[in-house]
Design a protein around this ligand. Structure first.
Ligand SMILES: Cc1cc2nc3c(=O)[nH]c(=O)nc-3n(C[C@H](O)[C@H](O)[C@H](O)COP(=O)(O)O)c2cc1C
Length: 347
């Protein structure tokens, strides 16, 4: 089983350079991209000893979905750029691993087909759907109904993108459009036309309230970094937060996700589950995030590296590897479950 860094090397060898850059790159000088990983390296673990406990149990539950380990697949666009089997491969490997895949609104496979691929592996897979609220509320509702009919169990509303981030690698490579033959299937409207995703700086808590009224699915907000926004989210009837700076792809020099986490955990006071994403590459990273207040972590690029390196098998390798590393790190910290990870284990 390869490390995530080794899988990135394998992926880079296989991908067209502009596609590798699309996946690897981030906004501006990529300060936040680097800060996400550095925030994990800067912290050390202070393990406990002689605590008994025996075998570990990694399972957690977030917003009503069971996860076999505290690691889920964050939403990322365009999996068919990474591998011809695209999102179907990711869904199969994730369902087999018994954890959540958050389907990107910008997936290159229709949400219905992704759900079929997951169901071929597990009878009741946990798929969540990531949504950018669209300025046309009827179109947003059309996309939500499709996701509901496909059987998704939660909606993850990405709120850190009132405008697109400046991804300078993509500008340099002139990478603006999907190659012929690939489309963003979830954006087909009632007339069969495929729309573009529109980012909108008009969006406010009112738009979220409108969505809250129109769906019974749990709602998570993705891209929250300021504690005041976390407090507002508690009042807005959401069911969870994703502490994330979009893998550094939106606002460059935004705070590292792990550095933002403790203040957010304090602001929500255990009322809402917190998922952290950004820079998670090792089991010890997962342990640090959980100790500092996350209930689970999301992984973005690692899944793309596995997918590009070896399709479904590669995604399975990433998930198996992280499961093994988390289990090992828990044992060495003297904890037998995620619930036993407390802030005193991190310095
Ligand atoms: C290539 C790529 C595409 C992404 N597409 C989306 C997306 O469509 N929607 C979304 O909410 N986040 C998207 N993200 C952000 C991820 O959900 C996640 O926040 C980020 O990748 C976590 O950081 P990591 O890559 O260091 O694990 C994307 C990230 C990458 C790298």
């Amino acid at each position: 089983m390869r490390t995530i860094a080794e899988l990135e090397t394998a992926a880079r060898e296989r991908l067209e350079p502009a596609h590798y850059d699309f996946f690897a790159g981030a906004a501006g000088d990529e300060v936040t991209l680097q800060a996400n990983e550095e925030a994990f390296r800067r912290r050390c673990l202070v393990p406990r000893v002689l605590r008994g406990g025996g075998k570990r149990d990694l399972a957690v539950e977030i917003a009503g979905s069971p996860l076999s380990m505290p690691v889920l697949v964050a939403p990322t666009a365009f999996h068919r750029l990474a591998h011809p089997d695209g999102e179907r491969a990711t869904a199969g490997a994730t369902a087999a691993a018994g954890t959540v895949m958050v389907v990107s609104m910008a997936s290159t496979t229709a949400v219905e087909d992704i759900a079929d691929a997951a169901r071929a592996v597990a009878p009741d897979p946990a798929l969540w759907f990531q949504l950018y609220l669209q300025p046309d509320p009827e179109f947003t509702e059309h996309v939500v109904r499709r996701a509901e009919r496909a059987g998704v169990r939660a909606l993850v509303v990405t709120v850190d993108s009132p405008v697109y981030g400046r991804r300078e690698r993509d500008h340099r490579n002139e990478f603006h459009d999907l190659p012929p033959g690939l489309i963003v299937e979830n954006l087909r409207d009632g007339e069969g036309r495929v729309r573009d995703i529109e980012m909108s700086a008009e969006l406010s808590w009112e738009h979220l309230g409108r969505l809250r009224e129109r769906t019974k699915l749990p709602l998570l907000l993705k891209g929250v970094l300021h504690p005041e926004d976390a407090r507002l989210a508690v009042g807005a009837g959401v069911d969870g937060l994703v502490v994330s700076n979009h893998g550094g792809r939106q606002l460059d020099t935004a705070v590292a996700a792990l550095d933002a986490l403790p203040a957010l955990a304090e602001a929500v006071g255990g009322v809402l589950p917190l998922v952290l994403d950004g820079g998670v590459r090792r089991g010890t990273d997962v342990v640090k995030a959980l100790a500092l207040g996350a209930d689970a972590v999301g992984i973005g690029r690692p899944v793309l590296w596995g997918l590009a390196a070896a399709g479904r098998e590669g995604v399975a390798e990433v998930l198996d590897r992280l499961r093994e590393e988390v289990d090992h790190a828990l044992a060495l910290c003297g904890a037998k479950s995620p619930a036993e990870l407390t802030a005193d284990l991190v310095r």
